[in-house]
Design a protein around this ligand. Structure first.
Ligand SMILES: [Zn+2]
Length: 54
């Protein structure tokens, strides 16, 4: 995966990623269950935590 595929910049750890749920799980050690239930409760819940890279 190349750098240009990275679409989001995490404001917490300043790392780039292309998949927010995956980033929360692999970098921030969120469990899949937690990520899924948070997104179900509010699909935009991570929007403030990530910057979209144009
Ligand atoms: Zn992060």
């Amino acid at each position: 995966m190349s750098e240009s595929d990275m679409k989001y910049l995490c404001r917490t750890c300043k790392k780039k990623c292309d998949d927010i749920p995956k980033h929360m799980m692999s970098v921030h050690n969120f469990s899949k269950t937690v990520v899924e239930s948070q997104l179900k409760a509010n699909p935009n819940c991570y929007n403030n935590s990530f910057e979209i890279i144009e």
